[in-house]
Write a new protein. Structure first.
Lengths: 276, 290
């Protein structure tokens, strides 16, 4: 009897979970399908779900007409650059707070967290004017800089919570054996910190890739990453659904894959370690 | 000896990060405060003059401010309610023995990784278009009149899009918390004859209290400044119907070029966010000691 009930439960919950999972995923699937349709079919009522004339011409057109690769490259440079610089600044800071904590460490950490709470729109005006003055509007370096600062608190926090988990006995042992701080860092800490570093890197790449406040406000064409490029499809004259879908699919595909790999760390990173 | 050296090194390593974040926080904020006391329009350069709190009076008594404050609260409140009310049952369902759970998990988490401009445009066109959208077709199948989402219920349309983006986040956090719940405790309750409902109310829900708080606080921080979704779909309209505070400040700054008033608005946004941040920092801080 009990076994029957369990099997029934598995069937019911499996069907339920797959149904709702599919429902949530559907808009993405629908967009990917539309990217392989002709413009007429993408717009057609009733819509065709699978039996349409499959074509890849939208992908070719997107590149030809709008220089998709330039914007993809901008996204890579801006997301990658801001993440790497943030890591370079954050690693020493997190290392220092995790292994040589002082009385004020907790306050420093919370203060860093609080800088992330400042709404970007609160400083939009001065940042815009500073960028205008220094010719940083629509420049990659300007966006790298601002996204780096914006994500720095999260990077430090994530690294801190990972470093904290490295057992201290090992450090003491290394110190007893006469390892200098430099050697300790290279031979003992780094290997143990690599998983944490990797997930921090991944999560912040995702956040920077999808950032859509500063990129929309501070870039227009030359430095425009994919967020800004896709937004240009919102003008009524430029409404081509199949091409919008093709450009969108290309824009989200790489990050979707990275995201799926890092979903476990996502919870931890975005809750600042409050939920693990 | 070694400790003093270590301490010095530790401080040296910490300084760049602290310094940068300090500058990042203080300089723009000080400038915002300074600009907020000026009559300063980019369309009329050279005419800057000190006006005291005039910008605040103007911003706070502007009917657009009240409208946008109301929209902000509606947007944040609705998305919070929807993501949590839908996220709890979804997380409970995924916590059951499900065949292919990892794949279901991938499908559920996917919207979170879609950049805001893409989700907004795909929803607006492919799904919500009043004539050719999928929803219009579905409505016509059931003999209903299709809804013209962005004209009839624009704010609700934005709420739906943002809910779709944040539901995965809420679900994932609640699911993570559920998986750390002690199975034995639930089994013991079941053996004692507790119904599924009372197990949920007396065991599961209290266990979820903290993750729910975390979801509320973190989502609030991000939802207070929803921007791209409005920027690419409605542009704040029709009228002011989808203008939230973030969008209002943006339009004053970069469309009307009124630096003074936009700065005053920016400070109002900072104050609102700080009220939320105050609670979040306390909760996270408590966790740090545990």
């Amino acid at each position: 009897m009990a076994r029957m009930a369990t099997r029934q439960r598995v069937v019911v919950s499996t069907i339920g979970a797959w149904f709702f999972g599919f429902l949530i995923f559907f808009p993405i699937l629908w967009m990917v399908l539309a990217s392989f349709k002709t413009e007429l079919e993408a717009f057609a009522i009733p819509p065709s779900f699978l039996f349409f004339h499959w074509t890849t011409e939208n992908y070719a057109t997107v590149q030809e007409r709008s220089d998709y690769l330039l914007h993809a490259m901008n996204s890579i440079i801006i997301a990658g650059g801001s993440t790497l610089i943030a890591l370079l600044i954050a690693i020493p800071a997190a290392w220092s707070m995790a292994f040589s904590p002082t009385k004020r460490t907790k306050d420093v950490l919370l203060w860093m967290l609080s800088t992330k709470m400042m709404p970007p729109v609160g400083v939009l005006v001065p940042i815009y004017l500073i960028y205008k003055t220094f010719g940083l509007l629509d420049s990659r370096i300007g966006l790298v800089f601002i996204l780096c600062l914006g994500n720095l608190p999260i990077v430090i926090w994530m690294l801190f919570t990972y470093f904290k988990e490295i057992p201290r006995d090992i450090l003491e042992a290394a110190r007893m054996d006469g390892a200098t701080i430099g050697r300790e860092l290279v031979y003992v800490l780094t290997p143990m910190a690599i998983p944490g570093l990797a997930s921090t890197l991944l999560l912040n790449l995702i956040l920077a890739w999808n950032e859509a406040f500063w990129t929309l406000n501070l870039s227009t064409s030359n430095a425009a990453p994919l967020t800004t490029f896709i937004a240009s499809y919102s003008s009524p004259e430029g409404l081509f659904w199949a091409k919008l879908s093709a450009a969108s699919t290309l824009a989200i595909a790489p990050i979707l894959v990275l995201g799926w790999f890092s979903q476990k760390q996502l919870v931890r990173g975005l809750t600042f370690g409050a939920v693990k | 000896m070694a400790t003093r050296q270590t301490q010095f090194l530790a401080r040296a390593l910490l300084t760049p990060a602290v310094g940068l974040l300090f500058i990042w926080m203080i300089v723009p904020l000080a400038l915002t405060i300074y600009f907020s006391t000026l009559h300063y329009s980019l369309l009329d350069p050279g005419s800057e003059s000190f006006v005291g709190l005039e910008n605040f009076r103007y911003f706070l008594t502007d009917p657009a401010f009240l409208a946008s404050l109301q929209n902000t609260l509606l947007l944040v409140g609705s998305v919070l309610a929807l993501t949590i009310l839908l996220g709890i049952p979804l997380a409970l369902l995924m916590d059951q023995p499900v065949i292919g759970r990892n794949f279901v998990r991938l499908m559920v988490i996917a919207p979170f990784f879609v950049m805001p401009t893409v989700s907004a445009l795909v929803w607006k066109n492919l799904l919500m278009h009043p004539v050719s959208g999928l929803f219009a077709w579905l409505a016509s199948l059931f003999g209903l009149t299709p809804i013209d989402w962005f004209n009839d219920v624009p704010l609700f349309a934005v709420i739906l899009i943002v809910t779709w983006q944040w539901l995965p986040f809420a679900t994932l956090i609640l699911l993570t918390a559920l998986q750390s719940l002690d199975e034995e405790q639930k089994e013991a309750a079941e053996m004692d004859g507790a119904s599924a409902i009372s197990t949920f109310i007396y065991i599961t829900l209290p266990h979820l209290a903290r993750p729910i708080t975390v979801v509320i606080l973190i989502e609030t921080i991000f939802l207070l400044t929803v921007f791209a979704e409005i920027f690419v779909t409605t542009g704040g309209g029709p009228g002011l119907q989808t203008t939230n505070i973030a969008f209002l400040i943006y339009s004053q700054a970069l469309i009307q070029f009124d630096v003074g008033s936009a700065s005053a608005g920016g400070l109002v946004a900072v104050v609102i966010a700080n009220i939320v941040a105050f609670f979040l920092v306390r909760i996270v801080g408590r966790n740090l000691e545990a």
